[in-house]
Design a protein around this ligand. Structure first.
Ligand code: AMP
Ligand code: TRP
Length: 339
């Protein structure tokens, strides 16, 4: 079944569980503002996902506002797109329960993000962390969203969302009730790697702050972090094939290309044969150029938390209005009394 009968609708979410970094920006945020001009968009702050691991209550609220500020600073316009906190819209948790009964444990057992996050001590992980990707499917399908801009690490979760949608449609004999949502992961910023190790992803939870560029980093910090970024003994490559054994250099080229919106070939061509002493400062300048306005805007938005809260609560009302008739249809389809 294709999505042809469904009106395109975009949904994505970011967890309020730590500082936003360059990976979040290039993998997700940068696409949010672009898509709002083409489609109806909902951008959620997924606080219910965040609490699958411990969050300090005093910090959670502020981090929720910080994600909102990052959305706004990167160009998401609340008049065009809906931005809201997940916990304010009940449809997420309700549909997640129904989907817990549709999804098979065998499917959830295959999720690599759970294995990575739970580590060796899976028995001590919360049940919420285990069922996290089922809630993610509910987020998307509560709005019958068709497109989901995310980084590459979310591809497997999107496949699970499609499987859940398809099984619901089959089980209840409602073909095409839910669309099969597609991940939008194109572009060189879909998988930004750590600046300290080109084989592990840039992440909020990496203990080394030098591994990532945070959206709140000052220009000096950005320059310092790129200067310290791991490279190798060589010079800048002349061809794509020269990069297969050079993950760190590969990553820096991707970052440059995503920030400058030039192809990797163009970037490789420009720096061929140059030393890192030349490339790194050029990359740092570019990053400062692109990120400094966002950092400035973020702190401006954060200075008025009442305004942020107002935007988020109004967004939640709009989101609830879209989801409610869909959830009402789901209840009826399942066969609950009074529907
Ligand atoms: P999270 O911070 O895990 O809630 O992720 C928010 C969004 O950023 C999701 O769409 C992720 O796929 C994306 N993302 C997170 N880390 C990276 C990364 N290192 N490279 C590209 N995208 C990322
Ligand atoms: N799991 C996503 C992440 O860690 C966040 C998320 C939750 C999400 N619900 C979503 C992303 C729905 C896209 C759509 O990055």
């Amino acid at each position: 079944m294709t999505n042809t009968t469904h009106t395109p609708r975009v949904f994505s979410g970011v967890q309020p569980s730590g500082a936003m970094h360059l990976g979040n920006y290039l993998g997700a945020l940068k696409k949010f503002a672009v898509l709002q001009h083409k489609h109806e968009c909902l951008y959620c702050i997924v606080d219910l996902h965040a609490i699958t691991v411990w969050q300090d209550p005093a910090v959670l609220k502020q981090q929720t506002r910080e994600i909102a500020a990052a959305y706004l600073a990167s160009g998401v316009d609340p008049k065009k797109a809906i931005i809201y906190p997940q916990s304010r819209v009940k449809a997420h948790t309700e549909l997640a329960w129904y989907f817990n009964c549709v999804a098979r444990t065998g499917w959830v057992n295959r999720m690599t993000q759970f294995k990575d996050k739970a580590g060796k001590n899976a028995e001590r992980a919360s049940v919420g962390l285990y069922t996290y990707p089922v809630l993610q499917a509910a987020d998307i399908l509560a709005f019958k969203a068709t497109h989901v801009p995310v980084g590459e690490d979310q591809k497997q979760h999107l496949e699970l969302s499609r499987d859940i949608a398809q099984k619901f449609n089959n089980d209840f004999n409602v073909p095409d009730f839910f669309p099969l949502p597609e991940a939008l992961t194109q572009g060189p910023g879909a998988r930004v790697m750590s600046l300290r190790d080109g084989t592990s992803k840039m992440s909020k939870s990496d203990p080394s702050d030098n591994s990532r560029i945070n959206l709140t980093d000052s220009a000096e910090m950005i320059v310092k972090k790129f200067k310290k970024a791991k490279t190798d003994m060589g010079v800048m490559p002349g061809h794509e094939e020269d990069l297969s054994q050079r993950p760190e250099v590969d990553n820096l080229i991707s970052i440059y290309s995503a920030l400058s919106e030039e192809s990797r070939e163009t970037v490789i061509g420009r720096f061929e044969g140059k030393g890192f002493g030349e490339f790194k400062p050029a990359l740092a300048d570019l990053a400062v150029d692109k990120l400094a306005p966002i950092t400035t805007l973020m702190s401006r938005y954060l200075a008025d938390s009442e305004e942020i809260d107002r935007i988020l609560l109004a967004g939640a009302d709009k989101a609830a209005q879209i989801a409610e008739p869909i959830i009402a249809d789901v209840r009826k389809t399942i066969g609950f009394l009074g529907t």
